[in-house]
Design a protein around this ligand. Structure first.
Ligand SMILES: [Mg+2]
Length: 432
């Protein structure tokens, strides 16, 4: 049996763990630079405020206290996600994280009763240890587990845990009324094409001849149909493959045309990319950097340059990557432009362990343990504790995040404070 553990309104739930006052309120999490809404609590959804609503349009509601908007706090969400994965690993032999808040667990050889009990126990445990509400979907395949999770979320009588076996009447009934667009991996466009071919529900897709699907559509869709029948054909280890390129980019809080400031932003992205590169044990052969001006400002000169800087030997050393970034910036920089975005992409990656790296290609390490040490310190003390170059928190490219919660779980200086309320201390110390 395969289980999918998925946190409910993950970003909002992370915020609520540390600000219980947000419980039961309409809460929205905003995108980088506090631009628009990217996550909503159930209460916010009930107000019919769509995803992507620009924050400025909600200013009135916010001021009246009808809704609460917070800046995104990715460091907090990332850490809560890692804790969720760890908690699952402690309980299950095999766990495959699929996204920041969705993780597959594998309960091989266990019967339905046992699986349901494990699902319910995990749910309670995650709530108690992390404070996060999750739902668990259980089924013989990934695609059905995803649907089971969907049902667990939508139908309260399941109490957060739903099991769909391949041939049960419950599964049949569900698939018959479920639009095909709700099936994992089927987007709007594909759903439209399927509708033309008379496939409207998940049940229609399940009944389809998979050979026909393969010929007419794709192997992937044929596999989805088989998965709906309960025949496993998706391998999650495909998801664990190291990435082929690593990109870090961000819009600026405010536009800038000053070269030193642009380098500051690129430097920050390059370090983050290099860290991800080492995490997946790869080396990069080339560094691509890019800048963009604001497309919407027709009154300003537009410029979207990019530079690709090949490295002499594949490397994962931040210093070498930063040197390439500096070189690239020199190539593309032009004054009198207002840039609004910058990014660094590491391309043409090779595995550190790969045997075919000839002796000549192997990176010459001057300080073999330097990068390991930097990563270890940052992992222990919080991202960016030590880094190359100066960081200016006031630089125009820094993100606007006026309403960001503290990074409670990753920064010593942002720990939750207790006992600041005098009454609370007294209640705590007075004898019963
Ligand atoms: Mg979720």
């Amino acid at each position: 049996m395969i289980g999918l553990v998925d946190a409910n309104n993950f970003y909002v739930s992370c915020e609520r763990v540390f600000s219980p006052a947000l419980e039961g309120k309409a809460v929205g999490v905003m995108s980088n630079n506090d631009g628009c809404v990217i996550a909503r609590s159930a209460e916010m959804k009930a107000l019919e405020i769509p995803m992507g609503t620009p924050a400025f349009q909600l200013e009135g509601l916010r001021r009246r206290g009808a809704i609460h908007l917070v800046s995104s706090n990715y460091e907090l969400y990332g850490d809560m996600s890692a804790r969720l994965a760890q908690l699952l690993r402690d309980a299950c032999p095999k766990v495959a994280p699929y996204s920041i808040d969705e993780m597959f667990i594998y309960l091989d050889g266990l019967g339905t009763t046992k699986c349901l009990a494990i699902g319910a126990a995990l749910r309670r445990r995650i709530r108690r240890h992390l404070g996060l509400p999750v739902c668990v979907g259980l089924a013989p395949t990934h695609t059905l587990a995803k649907l089971a999770n969907h049902v667990a979320k939508k139908q309260p009588h399941y109490q957060g845990v739903c099991l769909l076996s391949e041939n049960s009447s419950a599964t049949t009934a569900l698939l018959k009324q479920l639009p095909v667009s709700d099936v994992w991996g089927i987007g709007k466009r594909l759903a439209n094409q399927l509708a033309i071919n008379g496939i409207h529900t998940a049940w229609d897709l399940r009944k389809c001849d998979h050979k026909r699907l393969r010929q007419q559509f794709s192997v992937v869709l044929a596999r989805t149909a088989l998965e709906l029948r309960g025949t496993p054909c998706l391998q999650m280890n495909a998801l664990e493959q190291p990435r082929q390129r690593i990109m870090t980019s961000r819009s600026f809080g405010k536009a800038t045309g000053i070269k030193a400031e642009l380098y500051g932003a690129l430097q920050c992205h390059a370090q983050r990319s290099a860290e991800k590169l080492r995490q997946q044990r790869s080396l990069t052969r080339a560094v691509l950097l890019f800048l963009s001006t604001n497309r919407h400002r027709k009154d300003q000169p537009q410029y979207f340059p990019r530079a690709m800087v090949p490295l002499p030997t594949p490397s994962d050393d931040t210093r070498i990557i930063l040197a390439a970034v500096r070189e690239g910036l020199e190539q593309i920089y032009r004054p009198h432009h207002h840039f609004i975005k910058a990014g660094v992409m590491l391309v043409d990656l090779v595995d550190t362990q790969q045997q075919q790296l000839s002796l000549l290609q192997r990176p010459a390490k001057t300080h073999p343990h330097l990068m390991e040490t930097v990563d270890a310190i940052n992992q222990r003390m919080g991202q960016g504790t030590i880094h190359f170059g100066m960081t200016d928190a006031q630089a125009p490219w820094q993100l606007r995040c006026a309403h960001r919660s503290k990074r409670y779980t990753t920064r010593w200086d942002e720990l939750m404070e207790a006992g600041t309320h005098p009454g609370a201390i007294q209640a705590f110390t007075s004898p019963p």
